[in-house]
Write a protein that binds this ligand. Structure first.
Ligand code: AMP
Length: 216
């Protein structure tokens, strides 16, 4: 099955996706992570992407669609993807449907994770990401503990766009471009609402039972 994790910045999509891949036979595909990788390569494309991410704006659909084709066409990922942060607008959602059909796959559900704005902002400003293993933690709500985090603490960094100046643009892009997708998946009857204000483990328990019910 392929699953979409949908929600505003700071909703906990990446954190939940990491927990899902640990327990289900799925791969996390975060377009944000793929774009940040491209920036690291110091290419012209990377520069273009960086200028958008730095301002909290969406990267162009062409760039995103190219990344997604590469993933969906790989045997390794066949019907076993959890999308984190993709699709981000209606055109991307429609393009995803075309690609899924083309590669004989299916979107089984879209999980809509949400929380109030104050919680989202606190989570964004406290977020820590490991540059080595990619795991996500939070200074205030989910600090790294030895049991879960095996890398050296020096690898923990803050994301370049997790700053006050870009937050309002990111919320605006979400409200204007991303939110309209919800109706698209509601019409397809694959949308599930999940209360993202709770603790990580409580949210995950709900998500796990939704995914388990899809398998049967
Ligand atoms: P994320 O890691 O999902 O929070 O994404 C970080 C930034 O990457 C976003 O603010 C956008 O600038 C860009 N981005 C990530 N995914 C997409 C997407 N599917 N479409 C357009 N831009 C994206």
């Amino acid at each position: 099955m392929n699953i979409i994790l949908f929600g505003p910045p700071g909703a906990g999509k990446g954190t939940q996706a990491d927990k899902i891949v640990k327990n289900f036979n799925l791969y996390k595909i975060s377009t944000g992570d793929l774009l940040r990788e491209e920036i690291k390569n110091n290419t012209a494309l990377g520069e273009k992407i960086k200028s958008k991410i730095d301002r909290g704006l969406l990267v162009s659909d062409d760039i995103i669609n190219n990344l997604i084709i590469k993933i969906l066409s790989k045997k390794k990922y066949y019907n076993s993807i959890i999308f984190d942060g993709y699709p981000r607008n209606l055109d991307q959602a429609k393009n995803l449907d075309l690609l899924v059909k083309k590669y004989h796959q299916k979107i089984s559900c879209a999980l809509n994770l949400n929380a109030d704005k104050k919680t989202l902002i606190n989570r964004i400003l406290g977020r820590l990401v490991c540059t080595k293993c990619g795991l996500i933690f939070n200074k205030n709500f989910n600090p790294p503990v030895k049991k879960e985090y095996k890398c050296n603490l020096k690898h923990l960094t803050t994301r370049m766009d997790d700053k006050e100046e870009t937050i309002s643009n990111r919320f605006e892009a979400y409200a204007k471009k991303t939110l309209p997708i919800l109706n698209y998946y509601a019409d397809q009857k694959i949308l599930h609402k999940v209360d993202g204000t709770r603790e990580i483990s409580q949210i995950y328990d709900e998500i796990r039972s939704i995914i388990a019910s899809l398998e049967t």
